[in-house]
Design a protein around this ligand. Structure first.
Ligand code: NAI
Ligand code: MG
Length: 353
């Protein structure tokens, strides 16, 4: 079956790393029908919109979306994010943001004395509501009493479906789930979240549940990652924890992410955790691994498990080999060098013998 995949390379290094991810997918699965959309901050400056008015309709017919990164100096971040990324996540019911975090071979981590078995986490982030809400506003603008309100939204349906998804993942993995809370500070939303966690837990007696305040959990990820398996958090907590987890495993250049519509009623969207990295954009030195691993998650979701596994193994082998590492990993290779090395290795793994 031919897969129809939309790519939105976006801004900065999003463009470079997406090219490498496409190269790797073509190496393991020839015949994918790609359609590229040039929606970006550049387009915003030209047209006044991050994507056309019918952008969501244009994307709706695809089997999956591979997104680079959006955001660039000159366009405020809230415009680029709310003009493209967040509408796609919400219109397509991608209420799960999945962020696997692993120690990959050949990379130097803040936890370098640990081995791959000690750090293998799956962060399940709520992706449709919570703290990232449009409700609020500025009042008394310009007067001495000026203030802003930013409301959080926690619905029963929204909390329950993400928490259930996380319990299902924990049951398929090592049977441990940790829920991020902050019920001592956020006295309405977080006790509600916690109560739903406890209700859903009753359906999963085989999963060991912990509930930790998000600040203590941040420390736990660094100090005792081996005690953790699946982590579930609200939109804001999941966002921050996954950058932290990515950083301790060797940097943002390695961390993939999937915006999943679990029911399959609309396309899911895959992207790296990192952004457009304006500080290194245009230099050809961005690490493409995060985007390539995001493409592997996409292949898995499309039912192409063998191709996904080949990409995953190729990433590990090339990193372990150490011959084609980008500067963030201590090497001198370019984005294209590392992408090509992974593509060649993955293609070899898939070749009939
Ligand atoms: P960033 O992730 O782009 O960069 C943070 C730091 O990590 C920079 O020093 C960068 O050079 C480094 N880095 C990131 N990815 C790398 C890679 N693949 N290889 C090597 N080094 C890498 O985050 P920042 O600077 O906060 O945001 C830049 C822009 O990206 C902003 O406009 C922001 O809104 C946007 N952004 C977009 C996201 C998305 O599209 N999902 C996610 C995060 C940020
Ligand atoms: Mg983030």
């Amino acid at each position: 079956m031919t897969h129809r995949i939309a790519t939105i390379p976006g801004d900065g290094i999003g463009v470079d790393v997406t090219a490498e991810a496409v190269k790797v997918v073509d190496a393991v699965l020839p015949g994918v029908a790609w359609t590229e959309f040039d929606w970006s901050c550049e387009q915003y400056l030209r047209t006044g919109a991050m994507m056309p008015a019918d952008g969501i309709e244009q994307l709706a017919g695809f089997d999956a979306i591979l997104l680079g990164a959006v955001g660039f100096p000159g366009v405020p971040d809230h415009i680029s994010l709310w003009g493209l990324l967040i509408p796609v996540r919400r219109a397509f019911g991608q209420y799960v943001n999945l962020r696997p975090v692993r120690l990959l071979p050949g990379t130097t981590s803040a936890l370098r004395d640990r081995n791959a078995d000690d750090l293998d986490l799956l962060i399940v982030r709520e992706n449709s509501e919570g703290e990232y809400s449009e409700i609020g506003g500025m009042h008394n603008k310009g007067r001495p009493g000026e203030f802003v309100l930013q409301e959080s939204v926690f619905t029963r349906i929204g909390c329950e479906r993400i928490i259930r998804y996380a319990f299902d993942q924990a049951r398929q993995r090592r049977g441990r789930l940790c829920s991020a809370t902050k019920s001592n500070g956020l006295i309405h939303s977080m006790p509600y979240w916690d109560s739903i966690v406890e209700q859903v837990a009753a359906d999963y007696p085989e999963v060991a549940l912990r509930q930790m305040h998000v600040d203590a959990l941040a420390a736990e990820i660094v100090l005792h990652p081996d005690r953790l398996d699946v982590i579930v958090g609200s939109n804001l907590f999941g966002d921050i924890l996954s950058d932290l987890a990515a950083a301790v495993t060797g940097g943002l250049g390695l961390a993939p992410s999937g915006n999943i519509n679990p029911e399959g009623t609309a396309p899911s969207m895959f992207e790296a955790v990192h952004g457009s990295a304006p500080d290194i954009a245009g230099q050809g030195i961005a690490n493409p691994v995060a985007q390539i691993l995001a493409a592997a998650m996409m292949l898995e979701q499309l039912g192409e498990s063998a191709a996904a596994a080949a990409v995953d193994r190729a990433v590990c082998e090339v990193l372990d080999g150490g011959a084609a590492l980008t500067p963030d990993l201590g090497g001198t290779a370019t984005t294209a060098d590392l992408g090509s090395a992974i593509a060649a290795r993955a293609e070899w793994a898939m070749a009939p013998r």
